[in-house]
Design a protein around this ligand. Structure first.
Ligand SMILES: NC(=O)C[C@H](N)C(=O)O
Length: 634
């Protein structure tokens, strides 16, 4: 087989392995996916070249791999495992599953990118070619050595190269990977492309290792799926970066996401859990906020902790603290000394977030021992991991343009899917609802306004449908998603109208408790009371009346004819409903006759009796309504 000689650029680059010192790895004067020069005809006789699928920009994607260090690229020295500089690219080049040399040469990859550190994967099952460029940091770090400055550097490099790549992979040590993933998730605002952190427990240079699989999986995800999140890929699972924590120092299965299922799993095929994938709902441009506040810390409660330890920890310049509490967010409520230190700190403007020491679950205010912390001014951290809470604090506190109150509010918001539960009574927004998202997705809706328009159009239909079948639970769920249960549909019919028609007493009670209006009128001018009367739901009528429902003047005037018709047909029950609803049974109909007169004329004795006793009780109660007819005698 005839060998292509490497272009000169490559030859030069190879002698300078740390060529990318500027961190700008985009090829000069090259746009994303331009049509590349095809192999010259003189090469057509080259053995095997015909086997290679014709390269085309359409089935290629580009991934930038930022190698920050970690075990994946370490070798064993006298001092123990330490990162080895300038070794990874050459070693990957020799691994056929991670680099297709033939394709690279045939497509002039090296010449085209003018970068010696650009490699290409063999075609994927989806027939994609992932071309990846490795940007190696110097020095490479064990992740224990990383600081917020390193997070900033990664963020800046992504920002600089954002438009030239379809996705990003960050090679990183596992020890602090959860912190970096969390921090990047907040720093990357309006992210529209995948950023996947990965690494390994065993160096890629060793015979048995997890580095190859992890890198391959991360590349395939970053290059093939538009998951606009900072993720972490490890041991065949893709997690949301701000949900993970390292749980095992020696297993390949080193990470877990205790409160959120994986975003994807790599089995025979990649299975993406699109319902869980975060949607930014924004049309704003991607940017990275590298400013982080370093005056933050994690404090873990333990039995017998002294007030002086807490006091020392909360001293200036401390501005934000994650307090790792017991169980569902509890602390001793018999320790006024401790609580006083916490109160003093929050009063002086330190933001303290209450997170649980437990791996799984959320903080809540179920115990007295938890409530005392709320009283001391702590914010509930929901089900955030301590890693996510800390980096969120660092990110939020760096926003100097915000007031302290606004910063606290931001801490309580779900910014990047880092928390599932609502905080401090704030409810999830319906735009977070999977149902709405699925509909939005199928309609290709991406911007916030459109999503809100869909939400507003669907909400009344959903709530009315739930009211129709008496599904209180569905209404509770819709309410929790932010639905306004008072809203009417296209006919102005509210869930209360519908529930009143159907006679769902419990549901009517629930809706009234939620602030549903008894005065809402549909397009026909009917209130829930009219509906309940029409469909003869006595209990509902009583309840609505108790809540202040009443007929309008016009409705009362028109009621006379209806009452006469009921009297004519001997419908005692119908008349009784109108009575309960507050109608004046003495009101004459269109011809001036009253119900009792009509009943007398029709010989409906029972009805006359009922109406007589009604009129007597009215007289005795001193009702304000004037009688227009005298008690009749049969
Ligand atoms: N597995 C690893 O990557 C551990 C290593 N100490 C690091 O965090 O860099």
């Amino acid at each position: 087989m005839a060998e292509y000689s490497r272009p000169n650029t490559l030859g030069r680059a190879l002698s300078h392995p740390t060529l990318i010192e500027t961190n700008d790895v985009s090829p000069p004067n090259v746009q994303l996916h331009p049509r590349r020069r095809r192999k010259p005809s003189s090469c057509s006789s080259v053995e095997n070249l015909d086997r290679v699928s014709t390269p085309s920009p359409e089935n290629e994607s580009r991934v930038l791999v930022i190698n920050t260090g970690g075990t994946i690229g370490m070798t064993l020295r006298d001092t123990g495992y330490a990162p080895k500089a300038n070794a990874l690219v050459e070693s990957l080049r020799k691994l056929p599953i991670l680099h297709d040399e033939l394709y690279a040469r045939q497509t002039y990859l090296y010449e085209y990118y003018k970068l010696e550190n650009t490699l290409v994967l063999p075609p994927s099952k989806l027939n994609k070619r992932i071309i990846y460029t490795i940007l190696e940091y110097s020095p490479l770090l064990d992740s224990s050595n990383m600081t917020t400055d390193d997070w900033g550097r990664i963020g800046k490099d992504i920002e600089k190269n954002y438009e030239n790549f379809d996705g990003f992979v960050i090679l990183h040590g596992t020890d602090t990977m959860a912190y970096t993933a969390s921090a990047l998730s907040f720093m990357c605002e309006h992210l529209g492309k995948p950023i996947v952190l990965t690494g390994s427990q065993v160096p890629i240079y060793e015979l048995r290792n997890d580095g190859r699989d992890n890198l391959l999986g991360a590349l395939l995800i970053a290059g093939q799926f538009v998951i606009p999140e900072v993720c972490l890929y490890f041991y065949n699972k893709l997690y949301r970066g701000n949900r993970v924590t390292k749980v095992d120092a020696s297993s390949f299965n080193a990470f877990t996401s205790p409160n959120l299922p994986p975003l994807a799993t790599a089995e025979v095929d990649f299975k993406i859990n699109w319902d869980t994938v975060w949607r930014a709902n924004t049309t704003a441009k991607f940017q990275v906020r590298t400013e982080l506040n370093r005056n933050v810390g994690l404090l873990r409660l333990f039995p017998g902790i002294t007030a002086s330890t807490v006091r020392a920890f909360l001293q200036p310049p401390m501005q934000g603290v994650v307090l790792e509490t017991y169980g569902s967010g509890n602390a001793p409520d018999n320790r006024p000394d401790l609580l006083e230190e916490l109160s003093k700190a929050t009063n002086s403007g330190v933001i303290i977030v209450n997170c649980t020491q437990c791996l799984r679950g959320t903080v809540s205010a179920s115990y007295a021992t938890g409530r005392v912390l709320m009283d001391a001014g702590l914010l509930a951290g929901g089900d955030m991991t301590p890693e996510a809470s800390l980096s969120k604090l660092s990110y939020v506190l760096a926003k100097k343009e915000l007031t302290l109150d606004a910063q606290k509010k931001m801490m309580a918001q779900n910014l990047r899917g880092e928390m599932s539960a609502d905080l401090e009574g704030a409810k999830l927004c319906l735009s977070d609802s999977r149902f709405i998202q699925v509909i939005a997705k199928s309609l290709s809706v991406s911007c916030k306004e459109e999503l809100e328009a869909i939400r507003d159009a669907l909400t009344p239909s959903l709530t009315c449908a739930a009211a129709k079948i008496g599904d209180t639970e569905a209404l509770v769920a819709l309410k929790e998603m932010g639905s306004d249960l008072r809203l009417g549909d296209f006919d102005g019919r509210t869930p209360l109208h519908v529930a009143a028609c159907e006679g769902h007493l419990r549901l009517v009670q629930y809706l009234l408790n939620q602030g549903a209006s008894v005065h809402a009128k549909d397009r026909y001018g009917d209130t829930p009371l009219c509906n309940a009367v029409r469909f003869r739901h006595k209990d509902v009528v009583r309840l609505l009346r108790k809540t202040g429902a009443h007929f309008s003047r016009e409705q009362l005037e028109e009621a006379g004819s209806e009452l006469c018709s009921l009297a004519a047909s001997g419908d005692k029950e119908g008349l009784d409903i109108w009575r309960i609803a507050g109608a004046d049974l003495t009101r004459p109909g269109y011809d001036g006759k009253t119900a009792i007169e009509v009943a007398q004329a029709a010989g409906n004795k029972d009805v006359v009796e009922v109406l007589n006793s009604y009129m007597n009780s009215k007289t005795m109660n001193g009702a304000a309504i004037e009688f227009t007819a005298k008690p009749a005698l049969l």
